[in-house]
Design a protein around this ligand. Structure first.
Ligand SMILES: NC(=O)c1ccc[n+]([C@@H]2O[C@H](COP(=O)([O-])OP(=O)(O)OC[C@H]3O[C@@H](n4cnc5c(N)ncnc54)[C@H](OP(=O)(O)O)[C@@H]3O)[C@@H](O)[C@H]2O)c1
Length: 243
């Protein structure tokens, strides 16, 4: 049966690569981005599919997130899969030079936005007695990166959030998995480290293919697990202890 898939950050990069895969399975994909800047290209790549729609909202606004999810539930009837993918890379900076505002921006864009989508979708999953939640963290959630302290701290937080959510929802048919990609050839990577470096990174298409295998249970993961995908390989799968 076609599924209802909600993906944040679906206008480009990994989010768009994921949207394309779900569309090719016949699913309905609801994508979020902050701006409409990349919509024309995204709609072209998805061949203006009637099963794909994009909405512009800031994942950091609880009022906007709540309203969007309520409207989506009304329109689509259910939400089967939530992928918290939108993220913010910022710029490279040592901690002593990092402005407070920039540290806060990382926490809001990378952690709080994910929390808000989880908070307002989990009641729907509980009513349905099921759902799949995939939070896109980073290698930086497993091993902090110098000059990316705020990003790393926020992504460690995403990992912790996912583990707690998994343990809170053991009584329903629900899975929460944290995906930790290494560098990918996307705009985020090129604005941080330059285009030449970005071209040397794994393709977001490869990471999206692995994520689809998780969704389809071809890679079997226990709820609360995290999976690291680096240099176009699955390099680690970690199952947190029960207590
Ligand atoms: N690229 C890497 O090397 C890498 C490595 C490990 C993990 N990751 C993680 O993978 C995920 C996808 O990264 P990517 O490289 O594909 O990123 P990207 O190319 O920069 O795309 C980011 C997407 O998120 C949206 N977005 C950003 N902030 C938002 C906000 N506040 N509200 C709503 N939408 C927002 C953007 O929309 P707009 O275009 O409108 O801003 C865009 O659609 C992120 O969580 C990232 O941290 C990336």
């Amino acid at each position: 049966m076609p599924q209802v898939v909600l993906i944040t950050g679906a206008s480009r990069g990994l989010g768009l690569a994921l949207a394309l895969r779900f569309l090719s399975r016949g699913d309905r994909v609801f994508g979020i981005s902050r701006s409409k800047r990349h919509w024309a290209e995204a709609l072209k790549k998805t061949q203006n599919s009637s099963r794909f729609s994009l909405a512009a909202l800031d994942i950091q606004s609880e009022a906007a997130v709540k309203k969007y999810i309520q409207n989506l539930k009304r329109k689509a009837g259910r939400i089967d899969i939530l992928i918290n993918n939108a993220g913010y890379g910022g710029t490279l900076s040592r901690v002593e030079n990092l402005p407070l505002r920039e540290f806060e921006r990382h926490l809001r864009a990378n952690l709080l936005g994910t929390f808000l989508f989880c908070k307002h979708t989990l009641p729907i999953f509980r009513r349905q007695k099921g759902g799949l939640l995939l939070n896109i963290a980073s290698m930086a959630a497993k091993r902090a990166v110098p000059r990316l302290a705020a990003y790393s701290a926020a992504k460690f937080g995403v990992l912790a959030l996912g583990q707690a959510i998994a343990k809170e929802n053991l009584d329903i048919f629900f899975k929460c998995i944290t995906v930790c990609p290494g560098g990918m050839n996307t705009q985020m990577r090129s604005s941080l480290f330059g285009e030449e470096d970005a071209r040397r990174q794994q393709s977001p298409d490869f990471v999206a293919d692995i994520i689809l295998q998780i969704v389809e249970d071809k890679i079997k993961l226990e709820t609360g697990s995290d999976i690291t995908i680096r240099h176009s390989k699955v390099t680690d799968i970690h199952v947190p202890p029960a207590n």
